[in-house]
Design a protein around this ligand. Structure first.
Ligand SMILES: C[S@@+](CC[C@H](N)C(=O)[O-])C[C@H]1O[C@@H](n2cnc3c(N)ncnc32)[C@H](O)[C@@H]1O
Length: 239
């Protein structure tokens, strides 16, 4: 592989939280990471992915099955629930928050979910090169950081250019599912995806129905408590 570069070209959609991990979280990394956490060659930063690194899903999961990728899986509530209730599908959680990754591994282990892997990496790099093109049957993005201040909106994950990144990882006919409680971000998501020739709307009317595979997380609960509308969107990858 070529030498890593020393800077990223694009702003990232997260701030890396340092914070100490609890003993249980440290143990999760020691004991559970060998099964759950993918060992990714890095590029410019700890959360980067070397552009020549490729995942081979069939050898990693030991079978050929639909692959569902969750971007920004947080504590892993949605993906652990999905992986343990859908044993015929494979799941990949993409997250940069180490304590969240630890929680996800602990819960996955408790639930006996063996069809789940985690990757500690910046999601656009996973979608744009680490996954083989067309490998994902679905990509989920639930409650991405809203970056609500005007001067920060350029850090939003779903911004112009992102649909092409997600489209590369998705099989034709595959689904991109999103949810947010931040109205202005919901409008931005809909605008950039409506404009993308790689996608078509998979809903009638203004917004999609609540995706029934999405479990309630703290972020949705907080949005509801603040009186915000929860917006779901669903787009199909087209040729
Ligand atoms: C507001 S939280 C929502 C978590 C979860 N989806 C939920 O609904 O509970 C957003 C998460 O996305 C992660 N995140 C943000 N940008 C990311 C990126 N570029 N790559 C991977 N994870 C990212 C953050 O670390 C954070 O845990």
């Amino acid at each position: 592989m070529s030498e890593p570069r020393t800077f990223r070209d694009e702003p990232v959609s997260f701030v890396r939280r340092s914070g100490r991990m609890s003993e249980a979280q440290e143990r999760a990394f020691e004991e559970l990471a060998p099964h759950y956490l993918l060992d990714v060659p890095r590029d410019v930063a700890w959360t980067s992915v070397h552009p020549e690194a490729r995942l081979d899903p069939a050898s990693e999961y030991g079978r050929e099955a639909p692959l569902i990728v969750e971007v920004g899986s947080g504590q892993g509530h949605a993906i652990v629930h999905a992986a343990s209730s859908r044993p015929d599908d494979d799941f990949l959680a993409v997250e940069v928050f180490r304590a969240g990754l630890a929680r996800t591994m602990l819960d996955a282990d408790k639930a006996g979910a063996r069809n789940l892997r985690l990757v500690e990496a910046n999601a656009p790099e996973v979608l744009s090169s680490y996954l083989p093109a067309g490998a994902a049957s679905e990509v989920w993005i639930f409650f991405p950081d809203p970056w609500h201040k005007k001067r920060h909106t350029k850090r939003r994950l779903v911004r112009p250019g992102f649909p092409q990144t997600a489209a590369r990882a998705l099989a034709v006919g595959g689904m991109l599912r999103l949810a947010t409680d931040w109205e202005d971000y919901a409008l931005q998501m809909r605008e950039v995806l409506d404009e993308a020739p790689e996608f078509e709307r998979a809903f009638e009317g203004e917004w999609a129905e609540r995706f029934d595979g999405r479990v309630m997380t703290a972020f949705e609960r907080k949005g509801i408590a603040k009186g915000r509308d929860i917006r779901d969107l669903a787009y199909r990858r087209v040729q």
